[in-house]
Design a protein around this ligand. Structure first.
Ligand SMILES: CC(C)(COP(=O)(O)OP(=O)(O)OC[C@H]1O[C@@H](n2cnc3c(N)ncnc32)[C@H](O)[C@@H]1OP(=O)(O)O)[C@@H](O)C(=O)NCCC(=O)NCCS
Length: 141
């Protein structure tokens, strides 16, 4: 991902989440040196991911597949890609937060070997107020 991707990335982001990341969230991630990747299918951006890797720990901050490209294996490919990336950069585990209501993402992470290790109360903004986050961990070997 580079700055030139951000128009497309933020357009996908806006359709994928009720509370999307802003352009600034992505440009800050690029500037901070986080690992930011887009996946293209036939020259079209299908999805993207942002992962922070530091001190032996990888934190998956964003993993998104655009609506028309969902359910075709792209999310699983992206996840496998970042798991390998994290291992290559010496991380011993990957952490991420997910909304309890996000059944698609939870199914993906469970099938990739993530387990629930904590609940962060009132972590996300949601329509009426706040929603908890489930903290997931995948040990990397
Ligand atoms: C979650 C997300 C990344 C999955 O990407 P995807 O490319 O559609 O997923 P894949 O086709 O690779 O499917 C992988 C697995 O995810 C699960 N899954 C994906 N979509 C699902 C759905 N709508 N319902 C239930 N399970 C689903 C299944 O376990 C699936 O495996 P299977 O096809 O063998 O059943 C995608 O739906 C997305 O971007 N959603 C919006 C943003 C988001 O919620 N990101 C995660 C934030 S933590």
């Amino acid at each position: 991902m580079t700055l030139s991707d951000l128009e497309t990335v933020t357009a996908i982001e806006a359709t994928a989440y009720p509370h999307p990341w802003t352009r600034g969230n992505f440009s800050d991630s690029l500037e901070a040196g986080y690992h930011c990747w887009v996946v293209e299918c036939g020259g079209v951006t299908a999805g993207y991911t942002v992962v922070m890797i530091a001190a032996g720990e990888a934190h998956l901050l964003n993993l998104t597949v655009g609506g028309p490209m969902q359910r075709q294996g792209v999310g699983r490919e992206l996840l496998n890609f970042v798991l390998k990336l994290a291992r290559d950069y010496g991380a011993q585990r990957m952490l991420l937060e997910v909304r309890p209501s996000n059944t698609a993402a939870r199914a993906l992470y469970a099938s990739a070997g993530f387990s629930e290790i904590a609940v962060r109360r009132d972590y996300y903004p949601s329509g009426a107020g706040r929603e908890d986050a489930i903290l997931l961990e995948r040990v990397l070997h």
